[in-house]
Design a protein around this ligand. Structure first.
Ligand SMILES: [Cu+2]
Length: 237
């Protein structure tokens, strides 16, 4: 009988540990575009013969929509409400950004302070990766054809900033640097999920490169999933 009691106690402890991870708060939602869909012209890559062989143009990613006008490339992040003084270690797994057919892939990224940012050059041609942060140290890195990858890190949390190529002016991406892991970038389905939040009230912000930012306040309990969606449209004049 004693053995069985110990066994049950151990099982209870195990469930408790699993419970802490599995039942933390989650904020999920969708970013949707509600304005008139603009006719964005593709961008010519004819200035770069190697890329032009692959494709004459690349999509203009200023607004990337999915079914029902769900929005890709929206960054949703927690801006306040996290426990004061708590820190989160940076993942050792890099955030990659490739240069493919004279286009940055992905177009929008989030990364943690100290996490490796790995820039790849699948094109095998000269690119120049020019990051333009205001708080972090800007870098301007030539990637000749022989340089297949390069790694940088960012030392300070900072809102979204531009990375561009000085050789191919149509190449542009955006990255934000976070001191915590509570952020997400939407794919074309517009969906985001921020998981493992301690119970609390959070201010969250959704950002889009052309349509600005929106804020919302969401309260989650220790085992809650709350839905908060964002609608974007151009300002009416
Ligand atoms: Cu380039």
């Amino acid at each position: 009988m004693r053995g069985s009691f110990v066994g049950r106690a151990a099982l209870g402890a195990a469930i408790c540990v699993v419970g802490q991870a599995a039942f933390a708060g989650t904020i999920t939602g969708t970013a949707v575009y509600t304005g008139t869909v603009p006719n964005l012209k593709p961008l010519s890559v004819s200035a770069e013969p190697v890329c032009a062989k692959r494709h004459a143009t690349v999509p203009n990613e200023a607004l990337v929509l999915g079914a029902g006008n769900s929005m890709a490339n929206v960054v949703v992040k927690v801006v306040s409400g996290l426990p004061a003084g708590k820190t989160w270690p940076a993942p050792t797994q890099p955030v990659p950004m490739d240069q493919v057919g004279c286009q940055y892939v992905p177009h929008v990224m989030g990364i943690m302070v100290g996490q490796p940012f790995k820039v790849l050059n699948s094109d095998g041609i000269l690119h120049n990766v020019h990051a333009l942060p205001k708080l972090n140290r800007p870098f301007n890195m030539a990637m000749p054809p022989t340089r297949k990858d390069a790694t940088e890190t960012f030392t300070k949390a900072e809102g979204m900033f531009v990375i561009k190529c000085d050789v191919h002016p149509w190449m542009q991406s955006y990255i934000g640097v976070f001191s915590h892991p509570f952020f997400a970038v939407t794919s074309a389905d517009g969906k985001f999920t921020i998981a493992n939040l301690p119970a609390g009230t959070y201010e969250i912000e959704a950002w889009h490169e052309k349509l600005g930012t929106q804020k919302s306040t969401v309260t989650v309990g220790a085992s809650d999933t709350k839905t908060q969606s964002f609608k974007f449209a151009p300002p009416t004049k």
